[in-house]
Ligand binder design. Sequence first.
Ligand code: NAD
Ligand code: TYD
Length: 350
Amino acid sequence: MKKILVTGGAGFIGSHVVRRLVTRYPDTQVFNLDKLTYAGNLENLRDVENYSNYRFIKGDILDYPFLKELFHAERFDGVIHLAAESHVDRSLESPATFAITNIVGTINLLQAASDAWKKDYSGHLFYHISTDEVYGSLDHGGYFTETTPVDPRSPYSASKTGSDHFVWAFRHSYGLPAIISRCSNNYGPNHFPEKLIPLMIHNILHGKSLPVYGKGENVRDWLYVEDHAAAIDLIFHKGKAGQIYNIGGNNEWKNIDLVMLLCKIMDEKLNKPAGTSAKLISYVTDRPGHDLRYAIDASKLKSELGWQPAVDFPTGLERTVDWYLSNQDWLNHVTSGAYRDYYERMYHHR
Ligand code: NAD
Ligand code: TYD
């Protein structure tokens, strides 16, 4: 059986990646290594937790001796590395935490993988999940391509850029077969309600104000999370070592337009008079150094591997809202902190 280690599999994107791999590849053993920080939630994977080809390991990528032992014991064929601190606003509060987890954690994993695989790298792959934010910020024209120079501006994007550099350093210095992909903003089920879309849905449901940073003019390129998981699956199985692949939705929205659209969908779903949710919008102090626009050119992934998004934005957004409306327990557990008990209940005795 092939063995894949997914890090950060209890988080938003990681849980969709784990589900996809476990259900599509019964002959692959999928290991989910996650520290279960505030962003890790095993309730995201309830539906696959009893699959025989799935195993959860609670562990920290900052613990090198543990990683070294794990790699030697399990002999993974490949790694898909998603574990990270991922929220820009938190990075502004605590930049060192981001440097430590995202850079040092990635170095530890790289070291453990190259140590375990160095006798023969063939058949192995270290796949690092990066972000379009490493390219910096665009004005109103142009797109990020794979050759755009990195120009990170937030502590989050600086830490992701640092981790990308170390992945390439291990490739050049030790011959580790590695791939990097850089994706635009994801949205969909299981998104932690500190990020724009789930925060707005949560606040509308609870009649709380909707904080729009600055004038709401910043632009993001949104991709449905299952499309990202599909791209990751494809790149892991068919991508070429040594390559960078951009992944994007070709779907740019100004924040305020997106929030207005969400308000409209929520009014309809909740049978409220048109305009009810939009009254909750409140313009608040802008995020310091707020990147104006991200927009990805994903044509390399399309031409070389045939990937393109399958879910259009109206469908994806409605699916997302429906998911939050029918999974209010998930939302309540996350906001109350009750999701943290899940590991204790489900795994402690095992
Ligand atoms: P997330 O914050 O939802 O999940 C991160 C996961 O990593 C959590 O389960 C957390 O418990 C785990 N983790 C954190 N520190 C750890 C540690 N020291 N050891 C082990 N596990 C640890 O993040 P996400 O939004 O799912 O993003 C996943 C990856 O994709 C990140 O690397 C992020 O930079 C990248 N990315 C995210 C987006 C996006 O829109 N969310 C877009 C492009 C790229
Ligand atoms: P976010 O979901 O934090 O993702 P990122 O900063 O990684 O792009 O934010 C998306 C956009 O929404 C970004 O321009 C910041 C803005 N934003 C708000 O206006 N209000 C909010 O409460 C949040 C969380 C984000």
